[in-house]
Design a protein around this ligand. Structure first.
Ligand code: GTP
Ligand code: SPV
Ligand code: MN
Length: 582
């Protein structure tokens, strides 16, 4: 895109929104410090003054603006079929008219910040460029941490050689009824208004790096995915894996895993915790790059036992969003092992009802502060993948781990992923829904076409990663998690690595290859829980296979015919063999 076109767009936006001034962000540390200081002065952010915290701040968002709002998120392609039943759709002209009415004069008396940014290392040929216009300093401060903003990105944009995603954002008056997060894939354009919250407002993240990037990726022969990337080092070799879990289902935790004492012969390197851009290398391997440069992580549940790495990063240069405070002014959240809340996330005295921190409270920290940050994360080519993992939060059915028979079956595993909803989305928590590849809220085009696109890699390489499915969230008869999870997930990663190295056998079941009991460390897990974790219950799976008819039926002729073949094969195998258990 020509820089002159971008300048014209900015001029038009200024006319529409009418800010008192326009400030270009250069991306310097000084600029970032000034942004935080200006917000603190205006009372929009609270410096954490408790001892033990350095340069940390608390931001309280509007109580109606605490999570992504999927029902207010639109993909406005030229035809509804291109967006698919997985997206809310509006005709682009009508969408512009609707949202521009809200944008009119919305920045009156405010400063409009121009944030040039780069998703991925500046020197990577695979990075993506964007410009976000926003009236929120909170957005500026978070984009500074989460992406590479400022002069270097601008220089690259000014070469006129690359696609540039344009994003317009305003908090306007935060009216939930006038909140819209709109995407125009054909124009690589985003318009977001009425929310200051993470995924709705930091446009480089879900709007650009997933919804529009997935569209770009489909046309460019690559993939933009809701995945963590981690290196698993053992005996002098590092295997890289990318794992897709829905929002608040354990990506950050897995990406920063510290193995317990017993498994310290393994070490995890953090490459990314939320988004991965995947492409085939000349060697036929799939290479993964993290387009982000920081973490916007779930705070509740974080402590020195569950995620010691994140826990240690939270005492300097962190922005907390919607946590509670102790009487000493220390940030507090459910799952914190020290202190007691005195002020809740809204800023009111804590009354003991509900949660003191918002369940979707977040931290923003730079990846550079992460002690396990992989040097390969800054590599312009990314890292080569040995395995892709799909996982959901499912209290029943899905075993602890299963390996796909082949690429097509692996895509089927991803396409059938179901997960209980979490506080990362406005709406009901704990409802089971299909969330294919953890991309239901993020795929910027028809999900059926997206599955076809995934399948197309089959013909392009003999060297693709193996595919696995995991589930850390099975509940036992007592309603407790059957699997210890967190650091102990290394036990499952170990099996995955051993499978990639052809070191262990597996047990064939109709739904995939499962580990032999002795090949996974079940120390501390009761026999009943272990059996449940590895069970493939015929009756339940036949129900599941029936349920998939509805799921795949939604996408009509866009659904790959291979899926039906697999469903039938599994049904047949279940009905001709005995029930498998353990
Ligand atoms: P997004 O940032 O929303 O995309 O979430 P995420 O996938 O990165 O999830 P995250 O790692 O932040 O974990 C979300 C919640 O799940 C936190 O409260 C964690 O404590 C909890 N969690 C993570 N891993 C495990 C696990 O292995 N077992 C259990 N029981 N809970 C887990
Ligand atoms: C998610 O909801 O998947 C997140 C947080 O990672 S947000 O940035 O809001 O998308
Ligand atoms: Mn996410």
């Amino acid at each position: 895109m020509k820089f002159a076109e971008i300048e014209n767009w900015i001029t038009d936006v200024v006319k529409l929104t009418n800010p008192k001034e326009v400030v270009w962000c250069n991306g310097s540390q000084e600029e970032h410090n000034n942004a935080l200081a200006a917000m603190a002065k205006r009372g929009e952010i609270l410096p954490i003054t408790a001892p033990g915290y350095k340069n940390c701040h608390l931001y309280r968002s509007h109580p109606s603006d605490v999570a992504r709002t999927e029902h207010k998120t639109y993909v406005c392609t030229n035809t509804p079929e291109a967006a698919g039943p997985n997206n809310n759709w509006l005709d682009p002209d009508k969408a512009h008219a609707k949202v521009d009415r809200v944008f009119r004069n919305c920045m009156q008396g405010r400063t409009m910040y121009v944030i040039p940014y780069c998703m991925g290392p500046i020197d990577s040929p695979h990075s993506g460029l964007g410009i976000e216009l926003t009236d929120s300093l909170y957005v500026v401060a978070n984009m500074f941490i989460m992406t590479r903003i400022g002069d270097k990105a601008l220089e690259k944009i000014k070469t006129n050689k690359f696609d540039v995603v344009r994003g317009l954002h305003s908090t306007a008056d935060l009216d939930p009824d006038k909140r819209y997060i709109m995407h125009f894939p054909e124009k690589l354009l985003i318009k977001s208004i009425g929310s200051g919250y993470g995924g709705n407002a930091l446009l480089g993240k879900k709007c650009h790096a997933l919804r529009l990037a997935s569209w770009q990726a489909k046309h460019g022969g690559w993939l933009a995915e809701h995945m963590l990337i981690a290196g698993i080092e053992h005996a002098g070799k590092t295997h890289y894996v990318a794992a897709a879990f829905p929002s608040a289902c354990g990506k950050t935790n897995l990406a920063m895993l510290i193995p317990p004492e017993k498994h310290r012969d393994y070490k995890i390197w953090t490459v990314g915790d939320d988004i991965a851009w995947l492409r085939l290398g000349e060697d036929g391997r799939m290479w993964a790059m993290n387009p982000e440069s920081g973490y916007f992580g779930v705070v509740p549940g974080t402590n020195e036992n569950t995620n010691p790495i994140a826990n240690d990063m939270l005492n300097h240069d962190a922005i907390f969003t919607n946590v509670a405070l102790t009487s000493e002014g220390e940030p507090w959240w459910e799952g914190k092992t020290k202190g007691k809340p005195q002020i809740d996330w809204r800023g009111d005295p804590w009354g003991g009802v509900g949660t003191a921190a918002h369940p979707n409270a977040r931290f923003t920290v730079s990846a550079k502060h992460c002690p396990t940050y992989s040097p390969a994360a800054e590599d312009p080519q990314g890292v080569p993948l040995s395995a892709i993992i799909f996982g959901g939060r499912r209290s029943t059915l899905n075993p602890l781990v299963a390996e796909a028979f082949d690429w097509t079956h692996g895509i089927f595993m991803g396409a059938t992923l179901a997960s209980e909803t979490t506080a990362a989305i406005t709406g009901q928590v704990g409802t089971l829904r299909r969330d294919p590849m953890a991309m239901l809220p993020f795929c910027g085009y028809n999900m059926g076409d997206y599955w076809q696109h995934w399948l197309s890699f089959q013909d392009k390489s003999q060297n693709l990663p193996r595919i696995f499915q995991v589930n850390w969230f099975q509940k036992n008869a007592q309603g407790k998690f059957a699997w210890p999870g967190f650091g102990d997930n290394i036990r499952v990663l170990k099996w995955i690595v051993e499978r990639c190295e052809n070191k262990v056998d597996a047990q064939h079941t109709p739904i995939g290859n499962l580990p032999n009991i002795d090949d996974i460390d079940f120390d501390g897990v009761s026999d009943a829980d272990r059996d449940q974790l590895l069970a493939v219950v015929k009756k339940d799976w036949l129900e599941e296979l029936d349920d998939l008819d509805d799921h795949f039926g939604k996408y009509g002729s866009h659904t790959p015919p291979q899926f039906k073949v697999l469903q039938e094969r599994m049904r047949k195998e279940f009905t001709t063999t005995d029930e498998q258990a353990g």
